[in-house]
Design a protein around this ligand. Sequence first.
Ligand SMILES: [Zn+2]
Length: 194
Amino acid sequence: MMVNEIGEVSNVSNTLKDVEILDNKRGYLDLKWTCIECDHVNTKNHISVFQNALMICSHCAASHYSWLSEYLDDSFNDNVLRIMDKYESIVVWPKTVELQQALHKSPALLEDNVYIVDSSPAKQGTYLRGKVTYSPDIIHSKNVKAVILVATVGTLISGITAQIKENYPEVELIVRANDLVEGEVDLSDPDFLV
Ligand SMILES: [Zn+2]
């Protein structure tokens, strides 16, 4: 694994074998996988799909680095397309390594009407997959009505949500990326909204 100065993983190889998703609860997976070193069958529960997962074999302690999103179907990209159809443009917030996985899994997020946003001035102006990172004010200037939160830490999600509700009340949809990874999400179901 190589990580450059902005935390972007540039060379990813999935080294898990015979991965089986046993359960998927809104982007949190229960997994079974086989160690390539010792053939031991491991399980790991409740791990976020966009997390850069370091999986350690419980038998031989070999560590395996993996992008778990590789094992998903196309539901995530399909749900992004449905948001795009309804709201035209989308902000994805914040810029994280998790976002890198989301962009990898969803070609729709690479479209020109999707804007990467981060509150940190240090990240604004930096690039990910050829897309520049904007300040949150892009929501005003591009009249964006939908935000996808690509984060799993609860305090980060609640902090960003509070910023949006205070400063950008025109945003109509705030949804977690993790909630978009399985099946067709009903965008009018309040249960899926942040
Ligand atoms: Zn092992």
